[in-house]
Design a protein around this ligand. Structure first.
Ligand code: BEZ
Length: 213
């Protein structure tokens, strides 16, 4: 398969999951989506990641985001592992985990990097928009747990910049000032950003986050 790039359609698939058989695109519906892979069941880093994701359900729901995890282990193992995750991370796993035993989905999304590991998936993340296009890809090694607060932060930026002609600067967090797109003239910016803006340089104009009261 060729590498998936930003702006490509997220390939659709049918999958066996811990919540039954799921068609990816139907599951997403009009929502945003996060599809993320795990090297293997019953492993320590993955256990903490899945527990943390379950605890963030309210944050994902608030942003209209559906999450789905994947590992290439069988469904039976997933169910036993979920019991361990719930017990050790003090949560209830509340999203589907794909059992991709034949690795079809892992290969479709290029989640196996043979020079890192021939069989297990790396830690991939795909954020998908309501248009089913890929908005972000991340690849972490098996030995490094991902930062799911960063994933939420990126979703906030993606959702903001999808509907407002701004970009988000370094380390931006919800509520911080944004930058006006360089393609917008000052004359247009005067109309489009009624809260005003600070022109630090002609190409660096800061404005309060436009989608907040
Ligand atoms: C883990 O999830 O803990 C893990 C998996 C594969 C290699 C290293 C760590």
């Amino acid at each position: 398969m060729s590498t998936l790039r930003l702006g490509d359609e997220a390939p659709n698939f049918n999958a066996q999951t811990t919540e039954g058989e799921i068609n990816f695109h139907q599951y997403l519906g009009d929502s945003w989506g996060v599809l993320f892979s795990h090297p293997a069941d019953y492993t320590p880093v993955c256990t903490t990641e899945l527990g943390a994701t379950a605890k963030l359900k309210a944050e994902f729901d608030q942003r209209n985001v559906k999450v789905m995890a994947l590992s290439v282990d069988p469904l039976k193992d997933h169910h036993g592992w979920i019991d361990d995750i719930n017990e050790t991370q003090h949560t209830d796993v509340n999203f589907p985990i794909i059992a991709d035993e034949d690795r079809k989905i892992a290969e479709l999304y290029d989640m196996i990097h043979p020079n890192a590991d021939e069989k297990a998936t790396v830690r991939s993340v795909f954020i998908v928009g309501p248009d089913k296009k890929i908005k972000l890809t991340l690849t972490y090694p098996a030995s490094t747990g991902r930062n799911f607060n960063e994933i939420l932060r990126v979703i906030d930026s993606l959702q903001l910049t999808a509907y407002n002609r701004v970009a988000t600067p370094v380390n931006w967090q919800q509520g911080d000032d944004c930058v006006i797109l360089p393609s917008i003239t000052n004359e247009v910016a005067d109309q489009e950003f009624p809260k005003g803006y600070t022109e630090v340089k002609p190409y660096l104009r800061l404005t309060p986050q436009p989608n907040l009261d």
